[in-house]
Ligand binder design. Structure first.
Ligand SMILES: *Cc1c(COP(=O)(O)O)cnc(C)c1O
Length: 365
């Protein structure tokens, strides 16, 4: 094999493209690129974002941006934003609790794995779950251990803990099932896990309870939240993790500075003002009402959804792929998982479009 790499300062110029594959870290060549094909004009119910839009307070701030607002770097670790986030999760006076922000909560999940995991370590998680977890795990050299949900669709806390993994990941409400972990299961994992516990609450706003308060007693727990779902700001890419000052410090170091851009910082701050949060609460109430009504309508079509505490419903059906294709032909996009559909919940007119298309697909099949 020809190797004529020329050292040019920090960069190595390659003689042949295939050399790149040999130079890449192990596993990187096999990592999938994320793809989503959304035809123009389609009703996209496939990515769990906020179908009501974004908080008007955030949009106003973005429209009023001046040159000075973007000519300079933002704050390295979003100090002002962190304070507002702590207030939002009602942990601003909690001693020893801090926040790490990120370019989406994806960034916080990835940084946590990078801070604590390395080659030879493993991450155990309840499955099925968020599709990015095994990808970030592989990227960080971690071995993935998937533990199925129990018969009663709860997290199998004992089996998860018995994995003795460096990191244990639990998502509640869970993507893609929409189901919640019981408080008993979460407390068991947090109390007994040997290593770090990563609790993903991306859909907390739609759920009856949050477990974020557990970070006050458990130093090895980090709870992640996002502005991509209830807050309607997926395009800005902002998430955060709440945890002990010690865990937050380490994750922040692994993350690096300047991950939340200046526009996102300003818009999220505006979304966390009382008017922004009131908008989120109102739209969240509408989403929950829409979810209940959609669940009832689907049942009349013979499609029984799992009980959801998120802004989507998960509908097990052997015909998932066929139904999703039929919907796509009619301009409606939904998520497909092995033998289930995952349908985002939005304003009722959108749900009527979905139900109309689904009724047609079921009639033709
Ligand atoms: C959407 C989602 C996220 C959020 O990702 P961002 O990077 O914050 O947009 C995290 N976890 C789960 C389970 C999700 O579904």
């Amino acid at each position: 094999m020809r190797r004529e790499n020329v050292d040019q300062g920090d960069f190595v110029v390659l003689s042949e493209a295939k050399d790149l594959h040999l130079l890449a870290r192990s596993g990187v060549c096999e990592l999938p690129l994320y793809t989503r094909d959304v035809p123009a004009g389609a009703l996209d119910l496939g990515d769990n974002t906020n179908l009501w839009g974004a908080p008007p307070t955030a949009v106003r701030v973005l429209c009023a941006t001046s040159s000075n607002d973007i000519a300079r770097y933002p704050s390295p670790y979003s100090a002002i934003l962190k304070a507002a986030m702590l207030r939002y999760v009602r942990m601003d006076g909690a001693p020893g609790v801090d926040v790490v922000t990120g370019c989406g909560s994806d960034d916080v999940l990835d940084s946590t794995m990078r801070a604590f995991g390395g080659t030879g370590d493993s991450i155990a998680y309840s499955a099925p779950t968020f599709s990015m977890i095994p990808i970030f795990a592989r990227l960080n050299g971690l071995e993935s251990i998937a533990i199925p949900l129990t018969q009663s669709v709860d997290v199998d806390a004992e089996r998860l803990v018995d994995c003795n993994a460096k990191i244990t990941y639990v998502c509640t409400p869970n993507n893609p099932t929409g189901t919640v972990a019981s408080r008993a299961a979460v407390e068991y994992v947090v109390t007994h896990a040997r290593g770090i516990v990563l609790l993903d609450e991306a859909y907390a706003e739609f759920a009856p309870e949050t477990f974020a308060g557990l970070v006050c007693e458990h130093e090895k727990l980090i709870v992640t939240r996002t502005f991509s779902k209830a807050f309607g700001l997926a395009g800005l890419r902002v998430g955060f993790g709440v945890g002990s000052s010690a865990i937050v410090d380490l994750v922040s170091r692994a993350r690096g500075p300047y991950k939340v851009n200046a526009m996102a910082e300003r818009a999220v701050l505006a979304a966390l003002e009382p008017d922004g949060v009131a908008w989120v609460r109102d739209v969240t109430r509408q989403a929950i009402a829409s979810r209940q009504r959609l669940t009832t309508e689907l049942a009349t079509l013979g499609l029984v959804a799992l009980p959801s505490a998120a802004n989507f419903v998960f509908v097990p059906t052997a015909r998932a792929r066929e139904l999703a294709n039929g919907l796509r032909e009619r301009g409606v996009l939904v998520g497909v998982h092995d033998a289930a559909l995952r349908i985002g919940v939005g304003p009722w007119e959108m749900m009527q479009t979905l139900i109309g298309a689904l009724t047609e697909v079921l009639e033709c099949a």
